[in-house]
Design a protein around this ligand. Sequence first.
Ligand code: SF4
Length: 212
Amino acid sequence: MLKINEIFYSIQGEGTSAGLPCIFIRLTYCNLRCTYCDTEYAFYEGKDMQLEEILTEIKKYNCNLVEVTGGEPLMQKESLTLLTKLCNKGYDVMLETGGSLSVEKVDKRVKNIIDFKCPSSKMEKKNYFENINFLKPTDEVKFVIGNKEDYNWSKEIVAKYKLDEKCEVLFSPVFNVLDNRKLVKWILDDNLNVRFQIQLHKYIWEPDKKGV
Ligand code: SF4
């Protein structure tokens, strides 16, 4: 049994799969409280669903790409079983996680997208950097950057752990806080081997629209 906030079919807005149709399974609960959080509605709201119910629900979408997200999906231990079952069914599975909980036990077929928290999130101390030991070349590490301090911090973390040699590294501006062009300029000026990204869905629909 898992507490599910929402299940929907939309366009993947972030990462290397941006622009592709994708099924989203959003799990309830989060152990963090980022200053810029745009999914606070997932902190407590949700309905209990059996794993088989979830699999039946997503079957109605003719789509092979699935993202398990939150909130923080790893707050619910059974999310690990869900991820494995999705892989067994032949889905391409992504896990979006806030970087504070271990991904060690996540099925190795899953693409982990680990969102390490920058200083302006006020959650920096919660980062569980041991997760870097479990990175696969197919995984992604994301930094959501709100200002120059966040940028410098992210740059240092990338260099310290040689993250760009381990997997894809994403630098994303906090929507409506950091100007896209500023971040692009910083990346180019420093000649960083990272991928700039924006949250596509916030440009397609209203920025606070749910279920997209
Ligand atoms: S980890 Fe994600 S869901 Fe949790 S508070 Fe931060 S932005 Fe919100």
